[in-house]
Design a protein around this ligand. Structure first.
Ligand code: J2J
Length: 541
């Protein structure tokens, strides 16, 4: 085969050989997988989205023609394509077309704006950007116009919908069929985004081999088969609804993926009733909203067998309500776009299901729980989780210095999560050692927001911390030391919005302070800031 993509650390040959030998990596690509499913399940429904219902044959045929269309446009294997689509059928034809061509999607979220998209386009030297026309009141074509003006590598903007001045996805179907060269199973297939804790988001290179393994094994753990109907209510491009087992796991198993345009009960419950949905995935705040709404019993949700909850810590109290209220099995999912995914198993005891975040997919997921000096803690003690395995990356894309910090010399990924391991070998997430806020499953890197705040002339220094919240788990609070008289808080939040920062990263609260508390070594003590906030909130409540 060809040399690996530059800037993408890979597994040492001895590990790769072991993972193949053990049958994890089976030498399959996503392009081949869909083709094979189309042969096997031709007329079964692969996808339901709005008025669209695509059979496996149709999805495969569309991906094939679109791959030819991308090729005719001049998009070549290994070129990066920023894909920012909401939960629409086009997302999947675009993905599979790029997979088949070996061009590499960079999976942006619909909430991202010019700050994030500009960064992804520039950092990956993207050749194309694929968007909806409008979604949730935002016109992505305006954003695309700005990107074309500032990213020299960007040659094409492709719109799923009314193209305005750009190319429409539909036009690409008209290219004459060609069979572009197909990628190798060991090639990088796409980039996922890291939740991150540093100034710039990191890109996660996932190969066909490693991702298909995680998808296949996840589908088995969740007992998916041809009769499974998966409701994709979270943003389709996120790693959780994409692969744990998500829509790709459902397609792997020959089931049906139903797309919800929005995860609210108003949108999702009628779909569950109409399509007889058997499994879906939520973040904890949504699970709480669903449990409340289900009490009204306005919809028949009896087809639902599994409710997966993950992305942030689910409280034991809420976890206990799932089975009595929805009549289905709860499955806790603790995963990360970098790789490792843990599941409670469907036949686990209720106690394990409600009190733990599950155990790894693979026997070859290696787990180490270490203290601040990197020494393994005693069994059952809390420490940082390090992991290595057949679907966990060995490094981020083009990030040598950062990789040296968050991967050990022997290739373990330092998750930044504080966990303990139960006697049964299940993980419980106890906290975090990384500078990140987990806002109801949406990850905010403190430093990224701080850097944007520092660009404002009145901001001398900024520290972003998590504020405990009953609904989201955490909200963001920005502590700011101002130069001279502090501006109004909404001047700063408006400034961040103008800089094109995604809405979920805008601080929920801004507090002006004369100085930051410091640690013994003279760094900003975020712990002391958090504590000050909690006690002042208590005082004002
Ligand atoms: C506590 N924290 C959790 C959980 C993730 C499946 C499920 C989730 C993700 C995901 C994913 C948690 N309890 N159950 O990619 O395939 C926090 C941890 C973790 C970080 C990863 C998947 N589940 N977390 O959330 O890349 O801090 O992936 O390191 O977005 O979310 O975030 P992300």
């Amino acid at each position: 085969g060809e040399a690996p993509l530059p800037g993408c650390p890979s597994w040492p040959e001895a590990f790769a050989a072991r993972y193949r030998q053990a049958g994890y990596w089976r030498g399959e690509t996503f392009g081949q997988m869909l083709r094979e499913r189309a042969l096997r399940h031709g007329e079964r429904t692969a996808l339901v989205a709005g008025k669209e219902r695509w059979s496996y044959r149709e999805l495969d045929a569309r991906a094939e023609r679109l791959a030819a269309g991308f090729w005719a446009l001049g998009i070549r294997p290994r070129e990066r394509v920023v894909v920012q689509l909401p939960n629409v059928a086009a997302f999947y034809e675009v993905c599979f077309a790029l997979f088949r061509l070996g061009a590499l999607p960079v999976f942006a979220l619909p909430a991202h704006r010019s700050a994030e998209i500009g960064y992804f386009c520039e950092f990956t030297e993207a050749a194309a950007y694929i968007i909806p026309d409008k979604h949730a009141g935002f016109d992505y074509r305006t954003l695309a116009g700005q990107m074309l003006g500032k990213v020299p590598t960007l040659r094409k903007v492709i719109v799923a919908g009314d193209p305005g001045p750009f190319l429409s996805l539909r036009e690409l179907y008209e290219a004459s069929p060609v069979a572009p060269p197909e990628p190798q199973p060991s090639d990088v297939a796409f980039f996922q985004l890291s939740g991150g804790s540093t100034g710039a988001p990191k890109l996660i290179p996932r190969t066909h081999d490693d991702y298909i393994y995680s998808v296949r094994a996840s589908a088995e753990i969740c007992q998916l088969d041809e009769s499974s109907v998966y409701l994709c209510a979270l943003p389709a491009a996120h790693n959780f609804p994409m692969s744990s087992p998500g829509s790709l796991g459902t397609l792997y198993a020959g089931g049906t993926v139903v797309l919800a345009p929005h995860p609210s009960p108003e949108e999702a419950f009628p779909l569950i009733e109409r399509e007889r949905v058997t499994i879906t995935a939520l973040v904890p705040p949504l699970a709480m909203v669903w449990l409340e709404a289900a009490k009204a019993k306005r919809h028949d949700l009896s087809s639902l067998r599994v409710l997966q909850v993950g992305g942030a810590r689910l409280s034991t109290e809420v976890a206990r309500r799932v089975k009595p209220t929805l009549g289905c099995t709860l499955q806790q999912v603790y995963g990360m776009a970098e790789g490792l995914v843990n599941y409670t198993r469907l036949d686990d005891s209720e106690e394990l299901i409600v009190t733990t975040q599950g155990r790894p997919i693979s026997r070859d997921d290696e787990i180490r729980v270490v203290d601040e000096d990197g020494h393994e803690v005693a069994p059952g003690e809390v420490g940082q989780l390090l992991t290595r395995g057949p679907y966990t990356i060995r490094g981020y894309y083009n990030a040598e210095a950062h990789n040296a910090r968050v991967f050990t010399d022997d290739g373990f990924y330092c998750t930044g999560d504080l966990v303990r391991v139960t006697p049964e070998g299940y993980l419980v997430v106890e906290g975090r050692a990384k500078d990140q806020i987990n806002r109801g499953g949406e990850k905010v890197a403190a430093e990224e927001v701080e850097n944007h705040l520092l660009a404002h002339p009145t901001v001398q220094d900024a520290a972003v911390v998590a504020l405990p919240d009953a609904f989201l788990g955490e909200r963001t609070c920005a502590f700011v030391i101002s130069r001279g008289a502090p501006p109004a808080a909404n001047v700063l939040t408006a400034f961040l919005r103008e800089r094109g920062l995604a809405a979920y990263k805008i601080p929920d609260r801004v507090e002006f302070v004369p100085a930051f508390p410091q640690t013994a070594v003279g760094k900003v003590s975020k712990k002391a800031l958090r504590e000050a906030l909690v006690s002042s909130t208590r005082n004002t409540a």
